[in-house]
Design a protein around this ligand. Sequence first.
Ligand code: SF4
Length: 213
Amino acid sequence: MSENYYDIYIKLLQRYGAQSWWPADTPFEMLIGSILVQNTSWRNVEKAMEQLKPFLSPEQIEKLTQEELARLIRPSGFFNVKAKRIKAFIAWFRLYDYEVENLKKRDREEIRNELLGINGIGRETADVMLLYAFDKPIFVVDAYARRIFYRLGNDMPVSYDGFRFILEKELPLDLLLMNEYHALLVEHAKVHCKSNPICNGCPLFDLCARRLE
Ligand code: SF4
């Protein structure tokens, strides 16, 4: 069993290399992508983004009706709900003149609380926004992180923030490290620690309890 979260990070980094996330051309595209990816695969986000691309600025999305927006993002699934969420997010973003730089200057917890107050923005979505658009170091807890740490043998808290606090206590609160750690866990969950894990050749094999039940 391993509780050395830094060792895990280093082993993943050595195996997979820097991931340099988030996969987006602009911070605004990243922000919209973080809503589109809720409950769907990245492949579907890419299809929706392709259709949305000609309208990909806060001003243009604001001009679209919710129905028009929903039609454009249809490939991402739950498109009516997501259109409503994107509209709510844009209304909040307007308070900051649609400038990511204005948010970077603010305190992490203040922005997080505001994001969590927006309809449909939960902890995971808020935290990827904080990490990948607003340059705030934070540990993102997702289903992949839960799966990997459980299998490694670490008994993590059930609550989102309880899980996050443990990682943030044990690791340097460094933007690049947090950025890479989340991306590397996603990569590891896709390459080795899949639903049916491929333990042979896994970079974490020596640290892992292989708790698969
Ligand atoms: S050894 Fe297997 S269960 Fe453990 S992290 Fe690697 S792939 Fe996952």
